[in-house]
Design a protein around this ligand. Structure first.
Ligand SMILES: Nc1ncnc2c1ncn2[C@@H]1O[C@H](COP(=O)(O)OP(=O)(O)OP(=O)(O)O)[C@@H](O)[C@H]1O
Ligand SMILES: [Mg+2]
Length: 257
């Protein structure tokens, strides 16, 4: 499975993607969580206490002059899979966590780290990890560039006008993507019975999960804890678990599992 969560800022991408990654790992799958948002997000919802662990400088080198491509690359001999094995953080439930590097890092080191991050997600083997991504808010490049590793996009939508508008735009962008992608909606912060139907009708997307409004999610964030650890029995975590069940039928890309 290669999924990425997209949607308007604040819709709940980080809270849901981190929870999703851990629940998928609990089903026995190798999971690589990928956070390409330069602002903090997925680390907290996975239950990591650090949000900034960019690739170390020794994993990266200048690209030789006679080679095409960006200025920096992974050190010669270091494959994308090895870079993950060695340098990705390990979150609870064994989820490996790769991130883009946060903007408080020294700018040059950050630039090097980001190019290497991009190389890794481009060159990851198909049969090693299930990928679960948290993409930055908005419509910029979710289906190309940073988000191109995914083949299923889950648009997190709040049952509110602006969020619904963003979902419609994302659906349109997806239909114009150069490669075939699947786009599904996750209704989040749902509090009324008609909310999920409204999201389906107004976004034009199939709603594959309906996550209730759960005040403890915000409390978890304030406490710096994963929602899954603070309120494991909540209906909201239950809804994310159903979403994992629903998508878990997809095999690792390229592998006959
Ligand atoms: N189902 C929910 N019920 C209540 N609060 C929620 C729920 N899902 C997310 N939240 C809260 O909404 C806020 C935004 O969530 P989150 O950070 O996951 O959104 P995001 O889409 O990743 O935002 P950004 O675009 O800024 O990265 C957080 O305070 C989070 O705890
Ligand atoms: Mg986020």
């Amino acid at each position: 499975m290669r999924v990425a969560f997209v949607g308007k800022g604040g819709a709940g991408k980080s809270a849901i993607s981190g929870t999703f990654a851990r629940l998928l790992a609990r089903r026995g799958h190798p999971v690589l969580a990928i956070d390409s948002d330069p602002l903090p997000g997925m680390a907290y919802s996975l239950g990591l206490d650090r949000d900034d662990a960019p690739l170390p400088d020794e994993a990266i080198e200048d690209r030789p002059d006679d080679e095409e491509g960006p200025r920096y690359r992974l050190r010669a001999g270091l494959s994308a899979a090895e870079a993950v094995e060695r340098h990705a953080a390990t979150a609870p439930d064994g989820v490996r966590f790769l991130q883009f590097g946060k903007i408080r890092t020294d700018p040059r080191a950050l630039f090097r780290s980001q190019l290497a991050f991009r190389q890794i997600i481009k060159e990851l083997p198909d049969d090693r990890w299930h990928l679960v991504g948290d993409l930055p808010g908005g419509t910029r490049q979710p289906f190309t560039g940073w988000g191109a590793y995914a083949d299923t996009y889950l648009v997190v939508v709040e049952p509110m006008a602006k969020s619904l508008l963003s979902a419609r735009r994302l659906a349109r962008l997806a239909s114009a993507a150069e490669r075939p992608v699947q786009v599904l909606a996750v209704a989040n912060k749902v509090s009324e019975s008609g909310d999920a139907e409204m999201v389906a009708r107004r976004s034009g997307l199939e709603v594959v999960a309906s996550v209730p409004l759960e005040p403890a999610f915000a409390a978890a964030e304030r406490a710096g804890r994963a929602p899954l650890d603070l309120v494991p029995e909540s209906a909201a975590v239950g809804a994310v678990s159903l979403l994992v069940d629903r998508l878990d039928r997809q095999p690792l890309r390229g592998a006959a599992t």
